[in-house]
Write a protein that binds this ligand. Structure first.
Ligand code: 6PG
Length: 248
């Protein structure tokens, strides 16, 4: 199986990178809704995607998007209540969900406020119920990357990177001294499309490693995102892509 090469979208500024990513998401969503009747998307967390979500909730996307066809999920969540500053659900609710009309029954949050293992198990049931398949194939999974190469809540050197059957797991992240709930690589790699948004120059090295893993470098999770048949897009600022140009 020949996997598609990642498609790079390099923009001069974080604003332009977020705008390009928003247009990409909106166009993909409209295509999915018109051809499949729905658009299944897993949101990424952290800070970078907030502005992407705000752009989607603003003109022209807000009035032109078929929001009633969207089914919202999260690729990972912190184990905190929904009102907590660290909650990925809270960030998306403020930036997007409170401002557009997605049917509440189509917003599927990971319940970070309950026992992590229980939350992961119940989320896996939700996924299988909504997708009606053993391994759901999302129309789009949005991802970010940490400076250590983590993506979603898949951190370097953790057992979760070896998970081959479960779709969602919860585990104790030692260096964070916190539990996380996360999609596993089999679920991410079953997606039709994956899109990374990276706007920080400080991540230039790890972006390069993710796009061009060298055998001797330790496994970085973002480099393990290799959809079986799906497309991978990277929306990058010039700063985040700077080390890619060294090769060119
Ligand atoms: C999370 C994210 C995580 C994020 C990276 C980058 O829950 O933190 O899902 O994978 O994408 O940590 O985060 P920033 O955008 O805040 O740099």
């Amino acid at each position: 199986m020949v996997r598609a090469m990642p498609e790079l979208h390099v923009l001069p500024t974080p604003e332009e990178a977020a705008q390009a990513a928003a247009s990409f998401v909106a166009n993909l969503a409209d295509k999915s809704v018109s051809t499949e009747g729905r658009f299944t998307i897993a949101l990424s967390g952290g800070t970078t995607p907030r502005h992407l979500y705000e752009i989607l909730a603003s003109s022209p996307h807000a009035e032109r998007t078929a929001w009633d066809g969207w089914h919202i999920f999260w690729g990972d969540e912190r184990c905190v209540p929904t009102g907590h500053n660290d909650s990925n659900f809270r960030m998306a609710r403020e930036a997007l969900l409170e401002r557009v009309s997605i049917p509440p029954s189509q917003i599927h949050r990971m319940r970070g406020e309950i026992d992590p293992e229980k939350a992961a198990d119940e989320y896996e049931i939700v996924l299988r119920d909504v997708f009606k398949t053993p391994t759901p194939s999302f129309d789009l999974i949005l991802l970010g990357i940490g400076e250590d190469g983590h993506t979603a809540s898949l951190f370097p050197g953790t057992q979760v990177l070896k998970e081959q059957s479960r779709l969602v797991v919860a585990y104790w992240v030692r260096h964070l001294e916190a539990h996380r709930i996360t999609f596993t690589l089999p679920l991410i790699n079953a997606a039709k499309t994956v899109a990374f948004l990276v706007t920080e120059r400080s991540k230039g090295g790890v972006v390069k490693q993710a796009l061009d893993p060298k055998p001797q470098t330790p496994e970085i999770p973002a480099a393990m995102v290799r959809p079986t048949s799906g497309a991978v897009h990277w929306f990058l600022t010039g700063g985040a892509a700077i080390q890619l140009r060294d090769e060119a």
